[in-house]
Design a protein around this ligand. Structure first.
Ligand SMILES: *[C@@H]1O[C@H](CO)[C@@H](O)[C@H](O)[C@H]1NC(C)=O
Ligand SMILES: *[C@@H]1O[C@H](CO)[C@@H](O)[C@H](O)[C@H]1NC(C)=O
Ligand SMILES: *[C@@H]1O[C@H](CO)[C@@H](O)[C@H](O)[C@H]1NC(C)=O
Ligand SMILES: *[C@@H]1O[C@H](CO)[C@@H](O)[C@H](O)[C@H]1NC(C)=O
Ligand SMILES: *[C@@H]1O[C@H](CO)[C@@H](O)[C@H](O)[C@H]1NC(C)=O
Ligand SMILES: *[C@@H]1O[C@H](CO)[C@@H](O)[C@H](O)[C@H]1NC(C)=O
Length: 500
């Protein structure tokens, strides 16, 4: 019977004008080579794992393979078989290690080869870990309708991804919209196509506290509405969904600034009824709540890092609220000292829950020499802080807003492509401290209706620049899309818009 799924004709037309060494794949792997023969894909192509030491108990590969097949059949013409052509009947995946936990720095390298001959003719994917094999499968589905399975059209074909290329990416600001779980999953799908591997989820912000915290259930009162909330099981669902696509989830609670919503359920977290942020530094209760949140987080967000924010802290409420002013006096502190102590105390709490910490660069700029050695400093203001951070021996994530903020609609894709996170860092050891780059989508002016078209394709330009670069070989996160997933009521947005 042998119905073969024919590669989209358009590909072959493109193919006919591609010279042999010009293959349109996105993101481009480190090395690609191919022949000129056409290859058809069998409609009921199968997957095997002959030679693997990995058993796929969580069905990571089986599901990824099915997604790939579904996408191919969704968008490709099924044609009668051409008896004179080769037909790809199977993809054999060889994974060399049994582990299936997605950890920081997991080896995501893979080799993909498609030979010209064989009976049956099968493609072979070889990888150290299941997550490398997953990347290979996801290469096939990158940019559906444009690039996938283009390569096997010209066997013999080999495709080698560098050992651990690339670094991570983020996003953030004032007034944020709620994004339904389904939309977040759509962003994760697109991240997987572009090989972005960390989703930085800035869950909580000054306007809204959308996530359920069982330890302090009234925090949820700070959400915009009952329908604009995430339950613990929503969060677990998102983390599992992401993991199955090779994407880690980095959760952020931003303290002590940007935390006004916390006090809706627990007003004593506010300095006063009329002065509502930053969080009250003088009360132990504030730190008990942070401890409760991070304790609940640690049951769900298993990534090595948690993000503690620390940016844009306006301490004027601390000096204008009598009980805090008195506390500062008694403790011989000014507001800068109090900000520092707040951040350091929060860091200790996060570390006690097993996390390494990420803080925005203001913490480094204000008291860099006091930060815990486990701190990763997250740049956003400009491009000159990363060299200082790594020279001080700290790790760094680069997100300079002039180039890598997706909510800056005038930031061009060329700028996303050309941005160099290692600018000004010549020392190889220091370069290795730059553990990631992050593109940021802040939620002020987007919602579920336009988040995807605002993130893409510019985020994919940054992703490819990191993924393909031979220069970049860090044992680290690759790209994060920090989709700031927060809540905003239509009414409040309109009020707040002019100030953004
Ligand atoms: C891929 O192939 C290269 C060259 O043959 C080899 O050095 C490398 O170990 C292979 N990588 C994997 C993950 O199999
Ligand atoms: C918080 O919400 C609960 C119901 O979910 C309600 O009973 C309670 O009164 C609220 N508390 C505050 C301080 O708004
Ligand atoms: C608050 O916490 C600090 C540090 O753990 C402790 O020294 C202090 O006694 C506590 N204060 C109160 C009122 O519990
Ligand atoms: C800091 O907060 C105070 C009180 O909320 C406000 O009046 C002031 O404008 C803020 N300063 C800045 C620089 O935003
Ligand atoms: C706060 O006090 C420290 C010394 O403890 C000093 O270095 C710093 O300049 C002071 N900051 C402000 C804003 O007064
Ligand atoms: C880093 O290298 C570049 C290019 O070689 C050079 O222009 C620059 O001065 C160097 N920077 C430092 C800090 O050494």
């Amino acid at each position: 019977m042998a119905l073969a799924l024919r590669l989209l004709l358009a590909f072959l037309v493109i193919g006919s004008c591609i010279a042999a060494d010009n293959i349109d794949l996105w993101p481009m792997p480190q090395s690609v080579s191919h022949g000129t023969q056409k290859l058809y894909i069998k409609k009921d192509i199968t997957m095997s794992m002959v030679g693997s030491t990995y058993s796929d108990e969580k069905s990571i590969l089986k599901d990824a393979f099915q997604r790939m097949v579904d996408l191919i059949t969704l968008n490709h013409v099924v044609d009668g078989i051409n008896p004179s052509s080769s037909v790809l009947t199977c993809v054999n995946i060889v994974v060399h290690t049994p582990e299936d936990e997605l950890s920081f720095g997991a080896d995501e390298s893979y080799n993909l080869t498609v030979p010209t001959t064989g009976d049956p003719l099968y493609a072979q994917i070889e990888a150290q870990t299941v997550f490398g094999a997953l990347q290979a499968l996801q290469t096939q589905i990158s940019l559906p309708g444009i690039a996938y399975w283009l390569e096997p059209a010209f066997p013999p074909f080999t495709h080698i991804k560098c050992q651990q290329c690339g670094r991570p990416l983020t996003c953030r600001y004032r007034m944020r919209h709620y994004l339904p779980v389904k939309i977040i999953k759509g962003v994760i799908d697109a991240m997987a196509y572009s090989k972005l591997n960390v989703l930085h989820w800035h869950i909580v912000d000054e306007q809204s506290f959308p996530i359920e915290i069982p330890s302090y259930p009234k925090l949820w009162n700070g959400s915009y509405s009952y329908s604009e909330r995430y339950t613990m099981s929503d969060a677990i669902d998102i983390v599992r969904y992401a993991e199955k696509r090779g994407v880690n989830v980095l959760a952020e609670i931003d303290v002590p600034g940007h935390a006004r919503s916390w006090g809706v359920g627990y007003p004593s977290l506010w300095p006063s009824e009329s002065c509502r942020e930053p969080l009250d530094v003088s009360k132990n209760f504030t730190f008990e709540v942070i401890d409760g949140i991070l304790s609940d987080f640690s049951k769900i967000f298993k990534f090595k890092f948690v993000h503690l924010g620390g940016d844009e802290v306006n301490t004027s409420c601390w000096t204008t609220t009598p009980h805090i002013e008195g506390w500062l006096k008694n403790n011989h502190m000014n507001v800068s000292d109090a900000y520092r102590d707040f951040v350091l105390r929060s860091q200790k709490i996060a570390i006690s829950h097993g996390y390494d910490i990420i803080n925005w660069e203001e913490t480094f700029n204000s008291f860099g020499d006091k930060l815990d050695p486990k701190t990763v400093v997250h740049n956003w203001l400009g491009e000159d802080v990363a060299p200082k951070v790594v020279a001080a021996g700290h790790r760094c994530i680069v997100s300079n807003q002039d180039k890598w903020y997706l909510d800056h609609l005038d930031a061009s894709w060329e700028g996303f492509y050309m941005n160099e996170p290692l600018k000004g860092i010549n020392d190889t050891k220091q370069q290795q401290l730059v553990i990631g780059g992050e593109v940021c989508m802040w939620g002020e002016e987007i919602d579920a209706s336009d988040i995807q078209q605002t993130i893409w394709p510019r985020a994919a330009a940054a992703a490819e620049a990191e993924f393909t670069s031979n220069l970049v070989i860090y044992g680290s996160m690759k790209f994060v899309c920090h989709s700031q997933i927060l809540i905003c009521h239509a009414k409040e947005c309109m009020v707040a818009l002019p100030s953004v």
